[in-house]
Design a binder for this molecule. Structure first.
Ligand SMILES: [Zn+2]
Length: 152
């Protein structure tokens, strides 16, 4: 399964060369750890017995860029999401530079998924789930893999 950004420039089935019915995809702005994404991931683990989770960020992510910037005109829900992303970056001492943050953010999301979900944590620690943070780059059309998250 893949947790990715909602950005239409990141078409999961095309990037991974798979068809309909092949990948369980969860999307939101900034591929964030939210109640909705957690619930969907837990369904993927318990209901579908999936053993691989890709957390896919991307270059030029508007949500991550907003998290790195001062933002006063966002709607309340979007502001909450962006502040959540910003808090993750700041607490992990990631510079608020969008070019850097988009590459670190997928791993931060993965670690937060583990902290937030006992099921995710148990599956990773038992070896039943591998989480792969990655970043899709538009310039080269490549996916940069950031290193597997195995047992903590
Ligand atoms: Zn994005």
């Amino acid at each position: 399964m893949v947790l990715s950004c909602s950005d239409s420039r990141v078409p999961i089935e095309l990037l991974f060369d798979v068809g309909f019915g092949d990948v369980f995809v969860i999307r939101n702005a900034g591929n964030a750890c939210t109640e909705g994404s957690l619930a969907s991931i837990e369904y993927g683990l318990e209901g579908l017995n999936i053993n691989l989770l890709v957390v896919l960020g991307h270059e030029g992510c508007g949500a991550v860029a907003a998290a790195c910037a001062d933002h006063a005109s966002l709607s309340p829900s979007l502001c909450q999401l962006v502040l959540h992303l910003r808090q993750e970056l700041v607490s992990s001492a990631v510079p608020l530079d969008p070019e850097i943050a988009v590459r670190r953010h997928p791993e931060l999301t993965a670690r937060q998924l583990m902290r937030s979900s006992q099921l995710v944590r148990e599956r990773v620690n038992s070896g039943a789930l591998v989480i792969e943070p990655a970043c899709y780059t538009f310039d080269h059309g490549k996916i940069e893999w950031m290193g597997s998250i195995l047992k903590s």
